[in-house]
Ligand binder design. Structure first.
Ligand code: FAD
Length: 346
C-alpha cells in the first residue's frame, strides 16, 4: 500500500499553516489507498514540525534537518524529494500551490517522469482508486476535470484555501523516519545571502474574506482638495481609505483590487487580484465597481460566495455573483458597513 506524501512548507523553522490544508486533501487520498499519510519536512526544526503535522493527520513523517536545507533552495529540496519518490514510489505527492510548492513539485515530477497537476481546486477518489481532479484552465475561464490514472506517482499542487485542514488532534503522533540529504553543499549552485521583508505586503491568498474595488472607485462624490494633484487618484485613494477599508475592518477582511485600479495608481500592486495578480479563494469575495473581466475572474472565480456591487446591471461580474447589488458603491458600501457594525456589535 503506497503512501501519500505531503510536503510541509516551512519558513524560518516554522510550518506554513496552509500546509495543513494539503494534509487535509492528502487524508482523502490516503483513506482510499490505505497508505500512510506522510509529511515530508525538510530543514530547520523538522522533527518538531513533523509532530505538529501529526496533529493535522499525518500518520508518518520523513524528516531531514540538514544545514543544506535550512532555507528553501530548489536544487537540494528537489533532489531529496526525487530520491524519496524513486526509492519509495508513493501513490501521490501533494503540496500547496505556493511559488515554492509549484516549483518543487514540477521539478521533481519532471525528474521522476511522473504526472503533474497544478493548482487543483477539488479532488474526488473514484471507486477504482483513480483520482478525478478539477483545475482551472485558460486563465480560469473554464474548470477542467482531469482523470488521473491510478498507476505511478501523481504530483498535485493544490490551490490555497480550496481544501480544509483536518481538526487538530493534540497528542497525535507520527512515526518519524530520518532521511539523508541528496546533495552536499558543494553540489548546490544557489546560495542564500539574506532574506528581506517586503514592506506593505498584503496577505490576500490566506484571507477568508476579501473586499475588492476596481476602476469605479474613482467616482467618489467628494471633491478633491485643490492641492491634491490628480483628482481621480485622490478620489480613488480616499475611496479605498474611507469606504472600502472600513468595510474590510468590520469583516476582518483583506483589501483587493482590479488591475485597472492598480494601473491607475489607486492602490499598490500587492493588492491586485487576477491573472497577473494574486489567485484567491476566500469564503467571501465582495467586488465593488469591478466589471468582472475574464482576467479578474481568473484570480477569484473559486471564491465560495461572491457579492458584486456595481451600478451597471449588465456588468459581467453579476453572472458569477451569488448576490448582486445594482447601485453606487458610495451609497451601498457605507450603509452595509454601518449595518454590519450594528449586527456584529462593533
Ligand atoms: C494580459 C492581461 C492581464 C490582465 N490581468 C488582470 C488581472 O490580474 N486583474 C484584473 O483585475 N485585470 C486584469 N487585466 C485587465 C482586465 O482585462 C480589465 O481591464 C480590468 O479587470 C478592469 O478592471 P475594472 O473592472 O476595475 O474596470 P472596468 O472594466 O472599467 O469596470 C469598472 C466598473 O465599475 C463600475 N462602476 C463605476 N463607478 C461605480 C460606482 N460608483 N459604484 C458601483 N460601480 C461603479 C462600472 O459599471 C464598471 O462595471 C488584464 C488584462 C490583460 C490583457
Amino acid at each position: 500500500m503506497s503512501a501519500v506524501y505531503v510536503w510541509i512548507e516551512t519558513f524560518d523553522g516554522a510550518a506554513l499553516p496552509t500546509s495543513w490544508e494539503a494534509l487535509g486533501a492528502g487524508a482523502l487520498l490516503a483513506e482510499k489507498s490505505g497508505g500512510q499519510l506522510t509529511a515530508l519536512v525538510f530543514g530547520e526544526n523538522a522533527e518538531a514540525i513533523a509532530q505538529e503535522a501529526a496533529q493535522y493527520g499525518a500518520t508518518a513523517a520523513i524528516v531531514c534537518d540538514d544545514a543544506t536545507l535550512k532555507g528553501f533552495r530548489l536544487e537540494p529540496y528537489a533532489a531529496l524529494l526525487t530520491k524519496l519518490v524513486q526509492e519509495n514510489k508513493p501513490r501521490a505527492v501533494l503540496a500547496v500551490a505556493t511559488t515554492r510548492g509549484r516549483e518543487l513539485l514540477a521539478a521533481s515530477a519532471a525528474d521522476t517522469d511522473s504526472g503533474m497537476l497544478s493548482d487543483v481546486s477539488s479532488l474526488e477518489i473514484q471507486a477504482d482508486g483513480s483520482v478525478q481532479a478539477s483545475r482551472p484552465a485558460y486563465a480560469g475561464k473554464v474548470l477542467s476535470d482531469v482523470s488521473v490514472d491510478a498507476a505511478g506517482t501523481q504530483f498535485m499542487s493544490l490551490r490555497g484555501r480550496a481544501f480544509r485542514p483536518n481538526e487538530a488532534k493534540s497528542g497525535a503522533q507520527a512515526a518519524v523516519t530520518k532521511a539523508a540529504p541528496a546533495l552536499s553543499e558543494d553540489q548546490i549552485a544557489t546560495k542564500i545571502e539574506r532574506f528581506e521583508a517586503e514592506v506593505g505586503t498584503v496577505n490576500l491568498t490566506d484571507a477568508a474574506i476579501i473586499v475588492s474595488a476596481g476602476r469605479g472607485i474613482a467616482n467618489n462624490p467628494k471633491d478633491a482638495p485643490g492641492d491634491a494633484g490628480d483628482a481621480a487618484v485622490w478620489k480613488a485613494k480616499d475611496g479605498f481609505e474611507s469606504v472600502i477599508q472600513p468595510l474590510a475592518d468590520v469583516l476582518g477582511a483583506a483589501v483587493g483590487a482590479s488591475r485597472a485600479a492598480v494601473d491607475a495608481g489607486y492602490i499598490p500592486y500587492a493588492h491586485q487580484v487576477g491573472q497577473t495578480g494574486k489567485t484567491v479563494s476566500p469564503d467571501l469575495y465582495i467586488a465593488c465597481a469591478i466589471s468582472g473581466a475574464i482576467q479578474h475572474q481568473a484570480g477569484m472565480r473559486t471564491s465560495k460566495v461572491i457579492v458584486a456591487i456595481n451600478k451597471d446591471k449588465d456588468a459581467p461580474i453579476f453572472k458569477m455573483a451569488r448576490y448582486g447589488l445594482v447601485g453606487d458603491l458610495y451609497q451601498i458600501v457605507p450603509a452595509l458597513t454601518a449595518e454590519l457594525k450594528k449586527r456584529l456589535g462593533k
